[in-house]
Design a protein around this ligand. Structure first.
Ligand SMILES: [Fe+2]
Length: 223
């Protein structure tokens, strides 16, 4: 089965298209600008070898670089506000070190997705993973207007797809997102996901991703 019906995905920021909860919200514009500047700095330098993240990431993308050290504590704090909201939405309590351990952001990398590049099915390490969309030259209408989607009536090109569970009748296993600049999406790190290629030769989309990890274990775990 494909996406769940709309009434299952209409609640505020956190929703359950299948078992695990997904979070979708907007980043504050000023942090989108800040991250954009950090990415431009790295790209203007021609991509610095020491920042190369392609050797540890699944993406079949030319440019993927680490930028955690180029982002302010305020920006990291803003990302953590979203993480906290995600926790609160699911269980009615904020992040709590006793129950959740000491959580931290251990890496932040950007991905430039150009013509035909894609991210095969993969999962991440950590507790919670997120993707923030920084730049998007693509229009959805143009991107899905390709021979593969047209002949099957699908809308997959350029989409992020999350997948959970067994494909069967009345069991909704997929959540597809057409990414928009400024969005932040969050999901459990173990959740399988992929990004389909797009076929626009001169257009690119830039995202930033990271993992929230447990730096110290909880003293009184609740999960
Ligand atoms: Fe990923």
């Amino acid at each position: 089965m494909s996406n769940p019906p709309s009434y299952l995905v209409n609640s505020a920021f956190t929703f359950l298209p299948f078992g695990p909860a997904i979070y979708l919200n907007k980043m504050d514009d000023k942090y989108i600008v800040e991250i954009e500047k950090a990415i431009d700095k790295v790209m203007d330098e021609g991509g610095v070898d020491s920042r190369q993240a392609g050797d540890r990431l699944a993406g079949r993308l030319d440019d993927q670089y680490e930028i955690l050290d180029l982002v302010s504590d305020a920006c990291k704090g803003h990302i953590f506000q979203h993480v906290n909201q995600y926790y609160f939405d699911q269980r009615g309590t904020a992040i709590n070190q006793e129950h959740d351990g000491l959580l931290g952001l251990d890496s932040l990398w950007f991905n430039v997705q150009r013509y035909m590049e894609f991210n095969p099915w993969h999962l991440h390490t950590g507790i919670v993973s997120f993707v923030i969309y920084i730049k998007n030259d693509l229009s959805k209408a143009e991107t899905i207007n390709n021979k593969f989607d047209k002949r099957r009536g699908t809308e997959l090109a350029g989409h992020l797809q999350l997948k959970y569970g067994e494909a069967n009748q009345f069991n909704y296993t997929n959540y597809d997102l057409w990414p928009e600049k400024g969005q932040i999406i969050m999901f459990p790190s173990w959740l399988m996901h992929t990004v389909f290629p797009h076929y626009e030769k001169d257009k690119e989309r830039v995202s930033v991703a990271g993992n929230i990890i447990q730096m110290e274990p909880p003293t009184n775990p609740i999960f």
